[in-house]
Design a protein around this ligand. Structure first.
Ligand SMILES: [Fe+2]
Length: 294
């Protein structure tokens, strides 16, 4: 999931318990009252969900299942070319449905036997500490809505295609799942907001937008690239920098555009050593020192 507030539509709880999702005027579904009503209903499911209870099923239309089918098919072609071997192993292991949107409960049922992860529904932006912290317990917060049917290959906000195709396939691989857990442990350990933000930026430049050398080719393992029909064709042309904790933790990014600065791991082992090692051991002091030296 993306972390920045401006990217998520704000959620307003009404006095009668209902929920209104305030889509921006530029959102492709803004003028579609049917879509707006369903977005409100889906957000309400997440707002009223309590951890430990089954996640209520979101009602998707045939048209929405068709979006999933189309995007799944097109992304699979691109994954074969651009995704890391471990992500592709995750795809094989998880076996997501290809012609209908899976419910988040079902994603958890597929994932839990593999790496212990389950999904939690999110109405919109989840506070950083909660979003990252629960990764340590094997929970991943996910939106449930899908993008508007008028632009099947575009979404201004993280939708179920990003959360499930991008993240769950990675979470299905033991070594990536271990990295998510380590990010969660780091978020739990640090106390200052500054240190938490630093931890989240490392997540952004790795598990969201990370790229990795694989033989002679640059591949992607970040969920944000792997779930984006457009960005996956562009990442090799971006400014590719060596994996560096201080640089990742202090580089700014713009969530509303293709990411033009990416950090390359030389291998999965390299990613585990540098980023896994950082998350495993970092604390407020070590991060303050990195920031002071920047
Ligand atoms: Fe994400």
């Amino acid at each position: 999931m993306f972390e920045e507030a401006q990217y998520f539509a704000p959620i307003a709880a009404q006095d009668d318990g209902s929920v209104v999702v305030e889509l921006a005027a530029s959102h492709p579904g803004f003028a579609d009252p049917v879509y707006r009503a369903r977005r409100n209903a889906i957000a309400e499911l997440a707002v009223n969900h309590r951890r430990g209870e089954p996640i209520p099923a979101a009602e998707y239309t045939e048209q929405e299942h068709e979006i999933w089918t189309l995007v799944t098919r097109e992304l699979a072609v691109k994954h074969a070319k651009y995704a890391t071997a471990e992500y592709l192993e995750g795809v094989e292991r998880l076996g997501l449905p290809e012609t209908r949107i899976p419910q988040l409960e079902e994603v958890g049922d597929l994932l839990e036997p593999l790496t212990g992860f389950r999904y939690l529904p999110a109405a919109g932006l989840v506070p950083l500490r909660d979003f990252y912290g629960v990764l340590a317990d094997g929970y991943f917060h996910s939106t449930q809505y899908i993008r508007h049917h008028s632009v099947p290959f575009y979404t201004p906000e993280p939708d179920v295609i990003h959360e499930v195709i991008g993240h769950a396939n990675g979470l299905a691989h033991d070594r990536y799942a271990a990295l998510y857990r380590l990010a969660g442990g780091a978020a739990r350990r640090v106390e200052s907001e500054e240190a938490l933000e630093f931890v989240s930026k490392i997540f952004w430049f790795t598990l969201e937008f990370g790229v990795m050398q694989e033989g002679a080719e640059l591949k992607a393992y970040g969920a944000g690239i792997l779930s984006s029909y457009g960005e996956i064709e562009e990442f090799r042309g971006m400014s590719i920098r060596p994996l560096d904790i201080r640089a990742m933790g202090t580089t700014d990014y713009d969530i509303t555009k293709y990411q033009d600065v990416l950090f390359r791991a030389e291998s999965l082992q390299h990613l585990e050593d540098v980023v896994g090692g950082f998350w495993e051991n970092c604390d407020d002091d070590s991060i303050a020192k990195l920031l002071a030296d920047a």
